[in-house]
Design a protein around this ligand. Structure first.
Ligand code: GRF
Length: 210
């Protein structure tokens, strides 16, 4: 395990229960990572209040405050970089990051999606799975690339879809499993490393270069 905990910057847009799970896990030094800052694309969200309560610095970059999307993306990358992250965790961050962001942090940005990729990408993973009629869905942690929920898969967790489910009930079941997956996988990334070969990712140190 590395001598110093990995520095995580977490980006949120809403309630921040995934962020809270990371904050709680990181309270134990053995976890191997700590949340050094939390950013959002909007003011006043519960995720920012969770960071405040944990004594973690926050920042907000609103799309509407910038001339265009690339300008917002560059400002977001700049704000994140100020906290010198080892990893950036998108945890319910409801915007796509752009080229500048990925150029700067590419390969070190993970996102959690409430569906079993490659099924049901996009903003409505739980609702789309329910509407399609699948009996099993879940959540996916992936390395962010330029696509929509298309990156290399780091971890997945499955939950059943029940006959009585509506979208909220299903999403809550997914989120319970998602939080555990996120905490487990981010901790392993921090403690062990992450190796990506083609479309396949595994925990562990990169092979030495000969
Ligand atoms: C999660 O299910 C995430 O995958 C999705 O939105 C939800 C965010 O939940 N994109 P929270 O803000 O962490 O509570």
């Amino acid at each position: 395990m590395p001598a110093t905990p990995a520095r995580l910057v977490v980006l949120v847009s809403g309630s921040g229960t995934n962020l809270q799970a990371l904050l709680d896990a990181a309270a134990d030094p053995a976890y191997g990572a700590r949340v050094v800052a939390v950013g959002a694309d909007r003011d006043g969200v519960e995720g920012l209040r969770r960071a405040d309560r944990a004594g973690v610095p926050t920042f907000v970059e609103r799309l509407g405050d910038h001339a265009d999307r690339p300008a917002w993306d560059a400002a977001l990358a700049h704000a994140v970089a100020a906290h010198r992250p080892d990893w950036v965790v998108l945890a319910g961050f409801m915007k796509l990051v752009g080229h500048e962001f990925l150029d700067r942090f590419g390969g070190r940005v993970v996102n959690t999606h409430p569906a079993l990729s490659p099924s049901f990408p996009g903003m409505h993973g739980a609702a789309d799975a329910l509407a399609y009629g699948v009996k099993l869905t879940g959540a996916t942690l992936f390395v962010v690339d330029a696509g929509v929920d298309t990156g290399v898969i780091v971890a997945q967790t499955a939950v059943p879809v029940l006959e009585t489910d509506d979208t909220d009930a299903l999403h809550e079941r997914i989120k319970t499993a998602e939080r555990a997956m996120l905490v487990d996988a981010v901790g392993r990334i921090a403690r062990e490393g992450l190796v990506v070969e083609g479309r396949r990712a595994r925990f562990g140190p990169a092979a030495p270069v000969h």
